[in-house]
Design a protein around this ligand. Structure first.
Ligand code: TYD
Length: 216
C-alpha cells in the first residue's frame, strides 16, 4: 500500500476533529493528497449505521449489538474508502478506528477485548494504522465542551463521567501495548501547541512521502 493511514482517537470533546483538519490543511498546503474520513460513517451505509448508533431513541441497544454495528460500519468503510485511497497513494486521516471500539465498547462497556478483536477481524481485514494519535483529555472538560456546544447530545455522549474516565484510561492502556504505533498527546493545552505535537508525530510516518514529494 502506497499511502499512509493516520487515525485520531480520544474521548468526545478532546478536539480530534479540529486537530485532524489542522494537520490535513498543512499537508494539503504542501501539495500532498489527503482524505478526511470518520467512523462510524465515511460511506453511505456507514452513515446510515451511524444514525442508529448515535440516536438517543435507541437507548435499549445492547453492548454486543452496539459493538457489531460499529464493526459493520468499519467493514464497509475499510473496503469502500480506506483501502482504495491508500492504494492510490493518499494520506488517509481518519477520525476514530478500531481503538474506539476497544476503548468505548471494551474498557467503557466492559466487553472482553479479545472478543472485540475477533469481531473486528472481518471489519479491518488486517488493516492496521501507520500511526494512531491519541489526544489525552480530561473527561470533565470533554463533557463540558459537549454540553456547551449547543448541538443535540447523542446516545453515547449521554454517558456518565465514570464511563469517560474508563474510556480515557483504556486508550492509555492500548497505547502501552504497542508504543511504536501510538503517539499520546496532551490535549489539555491550547490548540496550536497540540497541533505542533500532532505535526511532529505525523511527520515521523510521513517522512518518505514528504521527501518524495519535494523531490518530484
Ligand atoms: P464521533 O464521530 O467522534 O462523535 P462526534 O462527531 O460527536 O465527535 O464518534 C461518535 C461516537 O461513537 C463517539 O461517542 C465515540 C463512539 N464510538 C464507539 O463507541 N465505538 C467505535 O468503534 C467508534 C468508531 C465510535
Amino acid at each position: 500500500m502506497k499511502g499512509k493511514f493516520i487515525v485520531f482517537e480520544g474521548i468526545d470533546g478532546s478536539g480530534k476533529t479540529t486537530q485532524l483538519k489542522l494537520l490535513g490543511d498543512k499537508l494539503k498546503g504542501r501539495g500532498l493528497p489527503v482524505l478526511y474520513t470518520r467512523e462510524p460513517g465515511g460511506t453511505r451505509v456507514g452513515e446510515a449505521i451511524r444514525e442508529i448508533l448515535l440516536n438517543p431513541a435507541y437507548s435499549d441497544l445492547v453492548p454486543r449489538a452496539e459493538a457489531l454495528l460499529y464493526a459493520a460500519a468499519r467493514a464497509q468503510h475499510v473496503t469502500q474508502v480506506i483501502v482504495p485511497a491508500l492504494a492510490a497513494g493518499t494520506i488517509v486521516l481518519c477520525d476514530r478506528f478500531l481503538d474506539s471500539s476497544l476503548a468505548y465498547q471494551g474498557f467503557g462497556r466492559g466487553i472482553d477485548i479479545s472478543l472485540l478483536e475477533r469481531i473486528n477481524e472481518p471489519a479491518t481485514d488486517g488493516l492496521v494504522p501507520d500511526m494512531t494519535i491519541i489526544l489525552e483529555f480530561c473527561a470533565e472538560d470533554g463533557m463540558d465542551r459537549i454540553n456547551k456546544s449547543g448541538r443535540p447530545i447523542d446516545r453515547i455522549e449521554r454517558e456518565t463521567r465514570a464511563f469517560y474516565v474508563k474510556v480515557g484510561a483504556g486508550y492509555l492502556a492500548l497505547a502501552g501495548r504497542d508504543a511504536g504505533r501510538y503517539s499520546v498527546i496532551d490535549a489539555n493545552r491550547p490548540v496550536e501547541q497540540v497541533h505542533k505535537d500532532v505535526m511532529t508525530a505525523a511527520e515521523g510516518v510521513l517522512h518518505e512521502i514528504i521527501t518524495g514529494n519535494s523531490r518530484a
